[in-house]
Design a protein around this ligand. Structure first.
Ligand code: DP6
Length: 328
């Protein structure tokens, strides 16, 4: 039986969340949301956002529904305005979005959310996603939505460049069989948004200049580790970047501490795994959750160790995933 044709003006996109191995924290241009440092991330297959955008002539304003509830989100409207400008569309849109991660919990749903929204909106206007990825104005829009979001446009290992603000794939998802074991260690939204936290860190932390200044060497090291498929080296630079970012946050005034007690318990478990010969390295973002990078063969042991700290059902083994895609 032939598929019914997709109605004109609508499209559904999936974007996986991405976890930074070399972290982004701080901006060099807040208006354009240009980062103060480059970053390198892994896009995940099992966690992300699915969004349907429908440009509808009967609407008098954009409508945004996230996980079943209608919300007012100026960032969504700004992104839609940007797409309308680029694609010369005037209609308002209905946006229906579902997160397959806890929203605003530090599990990077803002990145997959902005990437899926932009991809779906672009496709709903008849645009081709491959062309969008090559379009600087499109990348700029996605980055304004969330600084880490352009990284979710590509799969596998992805780099976002500080100077150009552009994004490029480094290694496709299938080229290195990595796992990220994600332990969700709290419920509810994070206390301070990344945007606010970055501004405070840059304005008040005496460690911020050291964070920015020492960052380029980590990017070089991570690229070399990836080229050589050297997981212990990549894991070590990821942990170093993570701890330096959190040190800069802790030095802010008032201090920014995103960790909770269980974060430290999980870090102890990771250290014990390494002492026992299991290759496992931890990273944390603007939240208490711990994500552990490891080889596919070690994922089960890592998940079992984190399950001693997280609530039942709160440990997910994720593999490298594809970049944002349009669903039929
Ligand atoms: C700690 O991309 O959420 O996850 O650009 O202000 O939207 P904005 O920030 P956002 O910051 C992510 C910061 C991080 C580290 C990272 O993903 O690189």
């Amino acid at each position: 039986m032939s598929q019914p044709a997709r109605p004109a003006g609508t499209a559904t996109a999936w974007a996986g969340i991405n976890i930074a191995l070399v972290k982004y924290w701080g901006k060099r241009d807040t208006a354009r949301n240009l980062p103060a440092v480059s970053s390198l991330s892994l896009t995940l297959a099992e966690m992300g956002t699915r969004t349907t955008v429908t440009f509808d002539p009967s609407l008098t304003a954009d409508v945004f529904e996230l996980d079943g509830a209608v919300r007012d989100d100026p960032r969504v409207v700004a992104l839609l305005d940007g797409i309308r400008g680029l694609r010369r569309v005037e209609r308002h849109a209905r946006v229906v979005s579902r997160n397959h991660v806890p929203t605003a919990s530090g599990l990077a749903s803002s990145a997959s959310g902005a990437a899926a929204l932009a991809a779906a909106a672009w496709a709903a206007t008849g645009g081709d996603l491959a062309a969008a990825r090559a379009d600087r104005a499109f990348i700029e829009l996605v980055r304004r939505g969330s600084g880490s979001a352009p990284r979710s446009l590509y799969g596998g290992l992805v780099e976002l460049d500080r100077d150009s603000g552009g994004v490029r794939p480094v290694l496709s998802a299938g080229a290195w069989d990595l796992r990220m074991v994600v332990a969700r260690l709290a419920r509810g939204p994070k206390t301070t948004s990344s945007r606010e936290g970055m501004a405070r860190t840059a304005a008040t932390s005496p460690f911020y200049p050291a964070w920015v200044g020492s960052h380029p060497a980590d990017m070089v090291e991570a690229r070399e580790a990836i080229e050589g498929r050297d997981l212990p080296r990549l894991g070590a630079v990821m942990e170093r970047s993570t701890y330096k970012m959190h040190a800069a946050m802790l030095g802010a005034d008032p201090p920014l501490r995103y960790w909770n007690g269980r974060t430290l318990d999980a870090l102890d478990r990771v250290q014990a795994l390494r002492a026992a010969g299991v290759g496992a390295w931890a990273t944390m973002d603007a939240g208490p959750h711990v994500k552990v990078l490891c080889a596919a063969d070690d994922a089960e042991a890592v998940a079992a160790a984190l399950a001693e700290v997280a609530a039942p059902g709160d440990v997910t083994v994720a593999s490298a995933g594809p970049g944002a895609l349009i669903e039929p």
